[in-house]
Write a protein that binds this ligand. Sequence first.
Ligand SMILES: NC(=O)c1ccc[n+]([C@@H]2O[C@H](COP(=O)([O-])OP(=O)(O)OC[C@H]3O[C@@H](n4cnc5c(N)ncnc54)[C@H](O)[C@@H]3O)[C@@H](O)[C@H]2O)c1
Ligand SMILES: [Zn+2]
Length: 352
Amino acid sequence: MAEVVRVGLGERAYDIVIGSGVRERAAELQGRLFPVTDSRVEELYGSWLKSCFGAAERFVFPAGEGSKTFLTVEEICRAAARARLDRKACFVAVGGGVTGDMTGFAAAIYMRGVDFIQIPTTLLAMVDSSVGGKTGVDLPEGKNLIGAFHQPKLVLIDPDFLNSLPEREIRCGLAEIIKTGVILDAELFAALEREPASLTGHLDPCRYTKIIRRCCELKAGVVEADEREAGLRAILNYGHTFGHAVEALSGFSISHGEGVAIGMTAAAELAVARGSLTRADAERQRRLLEAVGLPVKLPREYSVPAVLEAMTRDKKNAGGRIRVVLPEGIGRAGVVTPEVPELAAALEAIHA
Ligand SMILES: NC(=O)c1ccc[n+]([C@@H]2O[C@H](COP(=O)([O-])OP(=O)(O)OC[C@H]3O[C@@H](n4cnc5c(N)ncnc54)[C@H](O)[C@@H]3O)[C@@H](O)[C@H]2O)c1
Ligand SMILES: [Zn+2]
């Protein structure tokens, strides 16, 4: 049985359909479909893609964040043009967040905008990036600096794709799931605390379907309230201001999820110092992150001033001040603009 979450955005409203086997619904989609995927997903699921989309031309790019560029978007659009796709075409992103962000962006600009559908295959894409309409590419000067808001027409989430996903990628998704619990839903957080060990290793598809559904509902609620990040949507960046800085400093050897986990731990320290989070709740977060194998310490080799310097380069800063999302207990969050010494103290507190 598939579950459906509706993203209520008026004329841009769409369904997120979640359940084991829902990928087969892609075969029933009508119209000129243009599937886009990466080399790894093609390797694993090429024969399924072929059976599902038939003779439709599909675009395959080399897997990895390094492909998330203007150049690949140009190639996607040129392939679409060669296939004589017109404005009624529908791009279909089959893959992780890189595929989704880039295919969505190509769909936003091809012929001034065509439809697109998301079929996420990583946990991160299932619980976060495939929902909400943020699309884009990276520049050498920074990640996600180019983009557009372009909502998909449909999101098909099939947790069976997770069976082939490496453990480290599962943990990346778990960082975003734990983030969602801390900022929006104490019950989700408590559910994760029960048997955290079973969230990794052999995955329980039923449990994951429930978790993914809840994350999609919560994200849909935030996007409905603030589609273009004028305010509330910024709380989804919890852990990300510190996290992006650590990720960048490591030359991306620290993954996004690992960076976010370290970032959430630092943010929780700051929240405890400011009195918006109890030490006991900060400890609950730390224990859960650790239990699923995510890091909670700033590695020795990164100095606090270096992290602070990298944070000031983050594009989400308003007028020079560093904005940080802080939990207000478990299940609620707000945005603050702390002084640099407070940020430094929070980082010192988690330094290995
Ligand atoms: N748009 C948004 O709101 C939003 C939110 C969060 C993150 N993002 C973006 O998402 C990207 C990260 O997404 P990601 O972590 O999914 O990265 P990704 O798309 O690069 O996927 C990670 C790796 O997993 C492989 N893979 C995908 N599905 C697989 C499967 N089922 N089995 C085995 N391997 C599989 C991919 O080939 C890739 O090598 C970043 O670019 C980030 O900026 C966007
Ligand atoms: Zn993230």
